[in-house]
Ligand binder design. Structure first.
Ligand code: GAR
Length: 220
């Protein structure tokens, strides 16, 4: 295989998506070279260290403003010379300056079928609205929250017995499959952003993202 592409992960908490990315990197075209958190106590940093991956905690409290924090964050990310920057439960809004610096090489996973349910609390809102389906979306990051071009989207039927916890577990199980896959598709060069469209193997994909289902999370 040709040389692996360098990936930096930004996170704020548990890091189950980081774990999935680490566990699957051996059969994909990327390597996680650094993990940075805005929360120094985030368990995700511990997961990185256990995997012998450089882990950096940057405490927001030590910075005078969001732009000062993001400037330092961009410098720390840049030091790893990443091909791709992956947000995996990074729960701070990034400043436009940061996003512009990494445009086209910055992606996020969000627990909803975007463009529905941007922002926080997606599970409770989906249940309150009695939605028949829920899921997750991998997308390129733009300065506007949860609004960048879609890459992959995985969906499932909401069961009558589902509650917030079960929905979260089911959605995260899908995230743990589709996020490593998305990172692989980009780093292997199979998927790219061209003039606002996402091309997979040279063909434009569904504007909502390449569609996957809970029981079929492989590419066709
Ligand atoms: C993930 O489920 C991800 O979709 C969500 O945070 C969780 C982090 O879990 N991200 C967002 O809500 C971003 N808007 P993890 O730390 O266990 O990977």
């Amino acid at each position: 295989m040709s040389e692996k592409k360098r990936v930096v992960v930004l996170l704020s908490g548990n890091g189950s998506n980081l774990q999935a990315l680490l566990d699957q990197e051996h059969h994909y075209s990327y390597q996680i070279v650094g993990v940075i958190s805005n929360a120094p106590e985030a368990f995700g940093l511990e997961r990185a260290r256990q995997h012998k991956v450089a882990a950096i905690g940057l405490d927001y409290k030590n910075f005078s403003s969001r732009s000062a924090f993001d400037q330092r964050l961009a410098a720390e990310v840049g030091r790893f010379a990443p091909d791709l920057v992956v947000l995996a439960g990074y729960m701070k809004i990034l400043s436009p300056g940061f996003v512009e610096k990494f445009t086209g090489r910055l992606i996020n996973v969000h627990p909803s079928l975007l463009p529905e349910y941007k922002g926080l609390g997606t599970y409770s809102r989906v249940l309150a609205d009695k939605k028949p389906r829920h899921g997750c979306t991998v997308h390129f990051v733009t300065p506007e929250l949860d609004s960048g071009t879609h890459i992959l989207q995985a969906s499932m039927t909401v069961r009558p017995t589902d509650n917030e916890e079960s929905l979260k577990q089911r959605v995260q199980a899908m995230e743990h499959r589709i996020y490593p896959l998305a990172v692989h598709l980009i780093t292997s060069g199979r998927l790219l952003l061209k003039g606002g469209d996402v091309l997979l193997d040279d063909h434009p994909i569904d504007p909502l993202g390449y569609q996957l289902q809970e029981n079929a999370l492989e590419l066709a």
